[in-house]
Design a protein around this ligand. Sequence first.
Ligand code: HEM
Length: 428
Amino acid sequence: MSNLRSNIMAWLGRKYFSRLQKNGFDLSKMSFLPDATLAPLRRDGLDPVADLARTRTKEPISRLPLPFGIKGWLVTGYDETKAVLGRTSGFSSDFTNLAEKNIGIAAQQNPGGLGFSDPPTHTRLRRLLTPEFTMRRLSRLTPRIHSIVEERLDDMAATAARDGSVDLVQAFALPIPSLVICELLGVPYEDRADFQQLSMARFDLFGGADASFGAISDSLSYLLDIVKKQRETPGDGLLGMLVKEHGDEIGDQELAGLADGVLTGGFETTASMLALGTLVLLRSPERFAEIRDNDDVVDRFVEELLRYLTVVQVAFPRFAKEDMEIAGTKISSGDLVLCSLSGANRDERLGPDMERFDPHRQTSSHLAFGHGIHRCIGAELAKMELRAAYPALVRRFPEMRLAVPPEQLSFRKLSIVYGVDALPVTLK
Ligand code: HEM
């Protein structure tokens, strides 16, 4: 284990990056991981690269090449992914352990929050947040979500009337979840542009880990200020409620980490779903009529889009805490295991013909929100946003079409959350 620790230090440590830069590597242009390791983050348009399906057929748990002798596994099979993500006692997601103890990254650069913690800390934090994500509590946001969507549609119409076309990513996909999360948390909306940038940088592996940790640190110090203000005058949002009801149990740093997890977890993911889901619609405009007024059809459409697009391409890395065997593969204590959710969601074991988008199929057991104790806490909120946004979009703009040839669209290259950079559309 101590050998693994020093390997991880070398892999992620700042000294390594500065040494590389001194040797003439441009980290802003190249990634720090070997090419085969990046296959689960690469796509061919909307589809995972064909290599991923080949790997899944041959070896649903295969070796993942990692630098410096770290032993890694890539899980691409549906059953195997569920087995790994469901085996709580066998794996750790504890970033605190990894970052502070093993890599020596400063505490304020540690993202904290639910996603990177293990029980019992995870259990305690998740229990604090769960009441804020019940349908009853979320339903207070429904009217706000609808008015946010309508405001964005007005804005799109105004931009297109002026410029002839409008970028749906900037005008619709990014502002909706950003506004909804600010509403949920009780965060002031003025600084959303900063947050947009921070969240994008944070998930973007292309700039190297150094860039990501910088972004985490910036967003945490911003949130710490918000938390301190909420401590003085608690509002009605999630942060204010937590301060009012559990103020004694939770410190500012931890609260900021929780808020940061919610903000970054719910922002870029939902934005990507909104943009890429609209692109799927634009490929077959005859679908506009189908989802315009029928709630059941919209529910199925959203569910299938979540599976087909699987925008969170991989779950956060898990570290094996013990020797174990999963589906015949021996995994040793200390191994790193990466679950490819986009690979698992195309597995035939989930159903027939999974490479195809079919909004008429009944799929609810997809893994787009993960599985097990870390399954997305915001899944219902995300679905509320998607179910409100797509029908409103096609109702308002039945003549909406792509403003550029599809081959000119630029997709995110190496990012945990897949997305399209811009989606120019005409509305008439
Ligand atoms: C379509 C949109 C979304 C997708 C595809 C998505 C996907 C995911 C996935 C796959 C995980 C599990 C990661 C893992 O196990 O390593 C996760 C966890 C999480 N998500 Fe989401 N998410 C979405 C929206 C949201 C929203 C709207 C919020 C909050 C407002 C949110 C907050 C979180 C949090 C806090 C976690 C960590 C949960 C835990 O560790 O217990 N997500 N999400």
